[in-house]
Design a protein around this ligand. Structure first.
Ligand SMILES: Cc1cc2nc3c(=O)[nH]c(=O)nc-3n(C[C@H](O)[C@H](O)[C@H](O)COP(=O)(O)O)c2cc1C
Length: 201
Protein backbone atom coordinates (compact mmCIF):
# COMPACT_ATOMS: atom_id res chain seq x y z
CA UNK A 1 0.00 0.00 0.00
CA UNK A 2 1.28 3.48 -0.84
CA UNK A 3 2.30 5.29 2.31
CA UNK A 4 1.05 8.82 2.91
CA UNK A 5 1.38 9.51 6.63
CA UNK A 6 0.99 13.28 6.55
CA UNK A 7 -1.13 15.29 4.17
CA UNK A 8 -0.10 16.16 0.66
CA UNK A 9 -1.43 19.30 -0.95
CA UNK A 10 -1.00 20.70 -4.45
CA UNK A 11 -0.68 24.49 -4.40
CA UNK A 12 -1.17 26.58 -7.53
CA UNK A 13 -0.29 30.27 -7.57
CA UNK A 14 -1.64 32.15 -10.60
CA UNK A 15 -1.47 35.69 -11.91
CA UNK A 16 -4.40 37.23 -10.02
CA UNK A 17 -3.53 39.96 -7.59
CA UNK A 18 -3.02 38.65 -4.05
CA UNK A 19 0.13 36.55 -4.37
CA UNK A 20 0.60 37.14 -0.66
CA UNK A 21 -2.21 34.67 0.05
CA UNK A 22 -0.29 31.87 -1.66
CA UNK A 23 2.92 32.89 0.06
CA UNK A 24 1.26 32.90 3.50
CA UNK A 25 -0.21 29.44 2.92
CA UNK A 26 3.23 28.07 2.06
CA UNK A 27 4.76 29.84 5.07
CA UNK A 28 2.20 28.34 7.44
CA UNK A 29 2.76 24.83 6.11
CA UNK A 30 6.54 25.05 5.93
CA UNK A 31 8.11 22.57 8.34
CA UNK A 32 4.73 20.95 9.11
CA UNK A 33 3.57 17.41 8.37
CA UNK A 34 1.90 18.70 5.21
CA UNK A 35 3.79 18.20 1.93
CA UNK A 36 3.27 21.07 -0.48
CA UNK A 37 3.61 20.56 -4.24
CA UNK A 38 3.87 24.00 -5.80
CA UNK A 39 3.23 25.19 -9.34
CA UNK A 40 3.43 28.88 -10.10
CA UNK A 41 2.14 30.06 -13.47
CA UNK A 42 4.25 32.45 -15.51
CA UNK A 43 1.98 35.34 -14.53
CA UNK A 44 1.74 34.05 -10.98
CA UNK A 45 5.49 34.53 -10.74
CA UNK A 46 5.43 37.90 -12.43
CA UNK A 47 2.66 39.22 -10.19
CA UNK A 48 4.36 37.85 -7.09
CA UNK A 49 7.58 39.70 -7.86
CA UNK A 50 5.55 42.86 -8.52
CA UNK A 51 3.49 42.66 -5.32
CA UNK A 52 5.76 41.16 -2.68
CA UNK A 53 9.39 41.52 -1.58
CA UNK A 54 10.04 37.81 -2.26
CA UNK A 55 12.06 36.28 -5.07
CA UNK A 56 10.73 33.24 -6.92
CA UNK A 57 13.58 31.22 -5.41
CA UNK A 58 12.48 32.13 -1.88
CA UNK A 59 8.93 31.01 -2.61
CA UNK A 60 10.11 27.72 -4.11
CA UNK A 61 12.19 27.08 -0.97
CA UNK A 62 9.00 27.23 1.11
CA UNK A 63 7.45 24.28 -0.74
CA UNK A 64 8.33 20.61 -0.45
CA UNK A 65 8.43 20.18 -4.26
CA UNK A 66 8.05 22.62 -7.11
CA UNK A 67 7.27 22.07 -10.78
CA UNK A 68 7.47 24.39 -13.78
CA UNK A 69 4.08 25.18 -15.29
CA UNK A 70 5.23 23.55 -18.54
CA UNK A 71 6.01 20.18 -16.91
CA UNK A 72 2.99 18.13 -17.97
CA UNK A 73 4.89 14.98 -17.02
CA UNK A 74 5.14 15.97 -13.34
CA UNK A 75 3.91 13.59 -10.63
CA UNK A 76 0.87 15.79 -9.94
CA UNK A 77 -0.19 15.39 -13.57
CA UNK A 78 -1.36 11.86 -12.76
CA UNK A 79 -4.17 10.61 -10.57
CA UNK A 80 -2.00 7.76 -9.37
CA UNK A 81 0.02 10.29 -7.38
CA UNK A 82 -2.05 10.44 -4.22
CA UNK A 83 -2.91 13.81 -2.72
CA UNK A 84 -5.45 15.26 -0.32
CA UNK A 85 -6.40 17.85 -2.88
CA UNK A 86 -5.41 21.10 -4.43
CA UNK A 87 -5.77 24.80 -3.79
CA UNK A 88 -5.25 27.56 -6.34
CA UNK A 89 -4.43 30.68 -4.35
CA UNK A 90 -4.89 33.24 -5.78
CA UNK A 91 -6.83 31.91 -8.76
CA UNK A 92 -7.15 34.11 -11.86
CA UNK A 93 -10.31 34.02 -13.92
CA UNK A 94 -8.23 32.67 -16.78
CA UNK A 95 -7.30 29.61 -14.73
CA UNK A 96 -10.87 29.40 -13.39
CA UNK A 97 -12.08 29.22 -16.99
CA UNK A 98 -9.45 26.68 -18.04
CA UNK A 99 -10.44 24.41 -15.14
CA UNK A 100 -14.18 24.85 -15.78
CA UNK A 101 -13.70 23.87 -19.43
CA UNK A 102 -11.17 21.10 -18.99
CA UNK A 103 -8.31 22.81 -20.80
CA UNK A 104 -4.88 21.64 -19.77
CA UNK A 105 -2.85 24.61 -21.00
CA UNK A 106 -0.39 24.43 -18.14
CA UNK A 107 0.32 22.17 -15.19
CA UNK A 108 -2.01 24.02 -12.79
CA UNK A 109 -4.90 23.37 -15.17
CA UNK A 110 -3.91 19.74 -15.71
CA UNK A 111 -3.42 19.06 -12.00
CA UNK A 112 -6.84 20.57 -11.24
CA UNK A 113 -8.40 18.42 -13.95
CA UNK A 114 -6.86 15.36 -12.34
CA UNK A 115 -8.25 16.39 -8.95
CA UNK A 116 -11.72 16.68 -10.48
CA UNK A 117 -11.59 13.33 -12.26
CA UNK A 118 -10.37 11.63 -9.08
CA UNK A 119 -13.14 13.35 -7.08
CA UNK A 120 -10.64 14.92 -4.71
CA UNK A 121 -10.92 18.27 -2.99
CA UNK A 122 -10.37 21.41 -5.07
CA UNK A 123 -10.41 24.88 -3.53
CA UNK A 124 -10.19 27.98 -5.72
CA UNK A 125 -9.42 31.37 -4.20
CA UNK A 126 -10.80 33.26 -7.19
CA UNK A 127 -9.83 36.94 -7.33
CA UNK A 128 -11.41 39.35 -9.75
CA UNK A 129 -13.69 42.36 -9.40
CA UNK A 130 -16.17 43.11 -10.70
CA UNK A 131 -17.30 39.70 -11.92
CA UNK A 132 -18.91 39.19 -15.32
CA UNK A 133 -21.39 36.47 -16.32
CA UNK A 134 -18.62 34.22 -17.61
CA UNK A 135 -16.77 34.31 -14.27
CA UNK A 136 -19.97 33.70 -12.30
CA UNK A 137 -21.09 30.86 -14.55
CA UNK A 138 -17.68 29.19 -14.35
CA UNK A 139 -17.74 29.40 -10.56
CA UNK A 140 -21.28 28.02 -10.39
CA UNK A 141 -20.42 25.16 -12.75
CA UNK A 142 -17.44 24.14 -10.63
CA UNK A 143 -19.27 24.65 -7.35
CA UNK A 144 -21.94 22.22 -8.56
CA UNK A 145 -19.14 19.70 -9.09
CA UNK A 146 -18.08 20.06 -5.47
CA UNK A 147 -15.33 22.63 -5.94
CA UNK A 148 -15.07 25.09 -3.04
CA UNK A 149 -14.90 28.70 -4.22
CA UNK A 150 -13.42 31.03 -1.60
CA UNK A 151 -12.89 34.55 -2.94
CA UNK A 152 -10.39 36.38 -0.72
CA UNK A 153 -13.03 38.64 0.79
CA UNK A 154 -12.01 40.12 4.15
CA UNK A 155 -14.12 39.59 7.25
CA UNK A 156 -14.34 42.42 9.77
CA UNK A 157 -16.04 40.65 12.68
CA UNK A 158 -12.67 39.73 14.14
CA UNK A 159 -11.44 43.34 14.02
CA UNK A 160 -8.42 42.97 11.72
CA UNK A 161 -5.78 45.62 12.39
CA UNK A 162 -3.24 44.81 9.70
CA UNK A 163 -3.12 43.39 6.18
CA UNK A 164 -1.50 40.33 7.76
CA UNK A 165 -4.61 39.80 9.89
CA UNK A 166 -6.79 39.92 6.78
CA UNK A 167 -4.55 37.56 4.82
CA UNK A 168 -4.26 35.11 7.72
CA UNK A 169 -8.03 34.95 8.14
CA UNK A 170 -8.57 33.87 4.52
CA UNK A 171 -5.67 31.41 4.52
CA UNK A 172 -6.86 29.86 7.79
CA UNK A 173 -10.32 29.32 6.28
CA UNK A 174 -8.78 27.81 3.14
CA UNK A 175 -6.72 25.34 5.19
CA UNK A 176 -9.80 24.45 7.25
CA UNK A 177 -11.20 23.00 4.02
CA UNK A 178 -8.46 20.38 4.09
CA UNK A 179 -8.83 19.70 7.83
CA UNK A 180 -5.57 21.54 8.44
CA UNK A 181 -6.30 23.79 11.39
CA UNK A 182 -3.77 26.51 12.10
CA UNK A 183 -5.53 28.91 14.51
CA UNK A 184 -3.31 31.66 13.14
CA UNK A 185 -6.21 34.02 13.77
CA UNK A 186 -8.62 34.01 16.71
CA UNK A 187 -11.68 32.05 15.72
CA UNK A 188 -15.17 33.40 16.16
CA UNK A 189 -16.45 32.39 19.59
CA UNK A 190 -19.89 33.95 19.35
CA UNK A 191 -19.03 36.96 21.55
CA UNK A 192 -20.41 40.19 20.11
CA UNK A 193 -18.78 43.54 20.92
CA UNK A 194 -20.16 47.08 20.87
CA UNK A 195 -18.89 50.16 19.01
CA UNK A 196 -16.26 48.04 17.23
CA UNK A 197 -14.32 47.36 20.43
CA UNK A 198 -13.08 43.77 20.48
CA UNK A 199 -14.60 41.82 23.37
CA UNK A 200 -12.09 40.64 26.00
CA UNK A 201 -11.66 36.90 26.28
C1 LIG B 1 -0.55 43.17 -11.45
C2 LIG B 1 -1.56 42.24 -12.07
C3 LIG B 1 -2.72 41.96 -11.39
C4 LIG B 1 -3.67 41.08 -11.94
N1 LIG B 1 -4.80 40.80 -11.25
C5 LIG B 1 -5.68 39.92 -11.71
C6 LIG B 1 -6.80 39.53 -10.92
O1 LIG B 1 -7.02 40.00 -9.81
N2 LIG B 1 -7.61 38.56 -11.41
C7 LIG B 1 -7.38 37.96 -12.62
O2 LIG B 1 -8.14 37.07 -12.98
N3 LIG B 1 -6.33 38.33 -13.41
C8 LIG B 1 -5.47 39.28 -12.98
N4 LIG B 1 -4.38 39.62 -13.74
C9 LIG B 1 -4.26 39.07 -15.10
C10 LIG B 1 -3.63 37.67 -15.13
O3 LIG B 1 -2.30 37.71 -14.63
C11 LIG B 1 -3.61 37.16 -16.58
O4 LIG B 1 -4.92 36.98 -17.04
C12 LIG B 1 -2.85 35.86 -16.73
O5 LIG B 1 -2.86 35.49 -18.09
C13 LIG B 1 -3.41 34.74 -15.89
O6 LIG B 1 -2.79 33.52 -16.26
P1 LIG B 1 -2.61 32.34 -15.22
O7 LIG B 1 -3.96 31.97 -14.74
O8 LIG B 1 -1.96 31.27 -16.03
O9 LIG B 1 -1.71 32.85 -14.12
C14 LIG B 1 -3.44 40.50 -13.21
C15 LIG B 1 -2.25 40.78 -13.90
C16 LIG B 1 -1.32 41.64 -13.34
C17 LIG B 1 -0.05 41.95 -14.08
Amino acid sequence: MAAMDGKRLIVGITGATGSVYGVRLLELLQGSQVETHLVMSKWGGRTLVHETPYTLEQIKQMATCTYPESDQGAAISSGSFLTNGMVVIPCSVRTLSAIAHGHGDHLIHRAADVILKERRKLVLVVREAPLNDIHLENMLKLSRMGVVIIPPVPAFYNHPRTIDDIVNQTVMRVLDQFDIHTDVVRRWQGVMSVHGTPAQS
